[in-house]
Write a protein that binds this ligand. Sequence first.
Ligand code: BEZ
Length: 211
Amino acid sequence: MALRLGDIAPDFTAETTEGTFSFHQWLGTSWGILFSHPADYTPVCTTELGATSKLKTEFDNRDVKVAAVSVDDIESHRGWVGDINETQKTTVEFPIIADPDRIVATAYDMIHPNADDKATVRSVFIIGPDKKIKLTLTYPASTGRNFQELIRVIDSLQLTAKFRVATPADWKAGDDCIITPAVKDAEAETLFPKGFRKVKPYLRYTPQPDR
Ligand code: BEZ
């Protein structure tokens, strides 16, 4: 059965371009992003891994560890990293997991046979420090992902894990947040000392609490 939000992210041990690791142990107490790409030495994947590499500081600042996976083997990954570095003007420093036996791809349901019976689709799993899955995305091979969007959703996930707020459509860090409906007005006054704007009883905005 497909993994759902709130499920524990399956643990595994695998060979990666940064050495062999046990996934949960490697994550430690950090947040994690595990994302699959269909195949090495392909154009869209090359740009995606380059984009991820260039966001290293953004991920580090948020205490997020990133790992990519495909069903190619470790020698293929090692060779391809050279091409990514050369063409995308970067130095890949995150692990790319070799999954030739499809252990990770199967555990995370990353192969969608009606799309492609051999390669993985473009899956994204965002995992919290409790090892639970907080967000999933699935894109087809033909559509590269927006990695700035991953930063944006990490900001929302980390904020909403800490405060009793939600983030509205198109929210980005620094914008006003929405007070969750379970919080009564009287409680909101204490929880959100910067105040709140009540548009409807169920629609209350407050400045981002930690800014
Ligand atoms: C790509 O990364 O360019 C790609 C991979 C598999 C199928 C189509 C495109």
